[in-house]
Design a protein around this ligand. Structure first.
Ligand code: UT7
Length: 344
C-alpha cells in the first residue's frame, strides 16, 4: 500500500541510489582506416566532424543486445554486491532489440537466476537510459521496489550500410551495453535528486529507421531496399543544431530544480553523440575537460548504452566520488532529451 508522506509524516521516504555499474563492449574493434576501405570517407573527416577514432562491432553468434546486457549486468551486480535474486524489476532501454517482440528485458530475465520479476523495454533511443533511470527512480520512491536493474544495450552495426549512401550515419555508431543497479536508500544526500524528460515528436523523421514498420501491408519489399529506406536516416545538421540547444537547456533545468549553479557540478556524463557537440556544451557551460566524460573516441555513438558505459568507465577511473554532484544528459531520436542530477 502506498502511504502518502503528506498525511503520514512519519512514513518512510525512499530515494534512489546507483549502487553498482557495469559495461560490456564487443571485442571486434573497427577503426576509421577500416571504414576508409568500405566507403568514400577518411580518418581525418571522421575525427574532425565527430572525434571518433574507433568503435566496436558485434560478432554474430557471440554477441546480441541481450547477451551484452547480461555481461554488463554481471559486472553491475558484482559492483553492487548483490545477486540476481535480489533484483525486483528490469528496465531495458534499446532501439535495437533482439526480436521485434518480445522485448530484450525478458531475455535478460531468463539468462541469470532472477526471480519471475517484471521486465520492461523502453524506447527512447539516445535518451533511453535516462528515461529508464527515471522510471526506476519513481518505482523506488513509491516504495514498490528496492533493487532495479537498468540497462542500455545496442547492436547497431548491422543496420549501418557501410557504403557511400549511408556514410554520414555509418561512421558514427557502434555496439555495446551498460547497466546500473538502482537501490532504495533513506539517505537523500547520496541519491538521484531529480530527472527531467522531454520530447518533440515533430522531428521524429529527422532521425529514424522507417522500415520494416507496421504501417505497410508488406513490411519489406525490394523497392524499400532499393531506395535505402531500410537504413537509418538522419538530418545530421538538424540533429546537431537541436542537440547543442537542448543539452545545455536540460542540464540547467536539472541544476535549477535543485538550487545549484553550473559551477557546482563535479562531473557531466553526456550521451556520446559527437565530440563536437560535447565540446560545444563545455564551451557554453564553461566546463573544463576534467569535469566532462568523453569516450566516444573509443566506442562511437552507442545510443542507449553510451551513458552507462561512460559512467562505468568514469567510476572505474576514480572520477565518480562519494558526495560529487553528477549530471547525466542526453539528446537523440524522437527528438527526445533528458537529464538526471545525482548526489553520489
Ligand atoms: O545521438 C544523436 C545522434 N546523432 C547525432 O548526434 C549526429 C548529429 N550530427 C552530426 O554529428 C553531424 O551533422 C555529422 C557528423 C553527421 C556530419 O557533420 P557535418 O559537419 O554536419 O557535415 P555535413 O552533413 O554538413 O556534410 C559535410 C560534407 C558533405 O559533403 P559536401 O556536400 O560538402 O560536398 C557530406 O556529403 O561531408 C560529406 N560527408 C562525408 N564525408 C566523408 C558526409 N559524411 C561523410 C563521411 N566521410 N562519412
Amino acid at each position: 500500500m502506498y502511504i502518502c508522506p503528506l498525511f503520514y509524516p512519519n512514513a518512510m521516504m525512499y530515494y534512489s541510489q546507483i549502487k553498482g555499474l557495469g559495461f560490456y563492449v564487443p571485442e571486434n574493434v573497427v577503426t576509421n582506416a577500416d571504414l576508409e576501405k568500405l566507403m568514400d570517407t577518411s580518418n581525418e573527416w571522421i575525427i574532425e566532424r565527430s572525434g571518433i577514432q574507433e568503435r566496436r562491432f558485434f560478432t554474430e553468434g557471440k554477441d546480441t543486445v541481450a547477451t551484452m546486457a547480461v555481461e554488463a549486468t554481471k559486472m553491475a551486480l558484482k559492483n553492487a554486491n548483490l545477486e540476481a535474486q535480489d533484483i525486483d524489476f528490469i528496465i531495458f532501454a534499446t532501439l535495437s532489440p533482439d526480436f521485434n517482440f518480445p522485448g530484450s528485458g525478458v531475455l535478460v530475465q531468463r539468462s541469470l537466476p532472477f526471480r519471475e520479476i517484471g521486465a520492461l523495454d523502453v524506447r527512447a533511443q539516445c535518451s533511453g537510459f535516462i528515461y529508464a533511470l527515471s522510471i526506476a527512480d519513481q518505482y523506488i520512491k513509491s516504495g514498490m521496489y528496492k533493487n532495479i536493474l537498468v540497462i542500455g544495450s545496442e547492436v547497431q552495426s548491422n543496420i549501418l550500410e557501410l557504403s557511400n549512401r549511408n556514410r554520414n550515419f555509418a561512421v558514427l555508431f557502434g555496439d555495446g551495453a551498460g547497466a546500473a543497479v538502482v537501490q532504495a536508500t533513506q539517505d537523500p544526500n547520496h541519491s538521484i535528486l531529480s530527472t527531467h524528460l522531454h520530447s518533440q515528436g515533430q522531428y521524429a523523421e529527422d532521425l529514424f529507421l522507417e522500415h520494416p514498420g507496421s504501417r505497410l501491408k508488406d513490411r519489406m519489399s525490394p523497392q524499400i531496399i532499393e531506395e535505402g529506406k531500410h537504413l537509418p536516416f538522419m538530418q545530421g545538421q538538424a540533429v546537431f543544431k537541436h542537440a547543442v540547444v537542448r543539452f545545455p537547456e536540460v542540464i540547467r533545468e536539472a541544476l535549477q530544480a535543485n538550487g545549484y549553479a553550473e559551477s557546482d557540478l563535479d562531473l557531466l556524463v553526456p550521451h556520446q553523440a559527437n565530440l563536437r557537440i560535447t565540446k560545444y556544451i563545455q564551451q557554453v557551460m564553461n566546463m573544463p575537460d576534467e569535469k566532462v566524460v568523453s569516450n566516444i573516441q573509443k566506442y562511437g555513438n552507442t545510443t542507449a548504452a553510451s551513458i552507462p558505459i561512460a559512467l562505468t568507465e568514469a567510476w572505474q577511473e576514480g572520477r565518480v566520488r562519494s558526495g560529487d554532484l553528477i549530471c547525466l544528459a542526453a539528446f537523440g531520436s524522437g527528438f527526445t532529451w533528458a537529464s538526471a542530477l545525482i548526489r553520489w
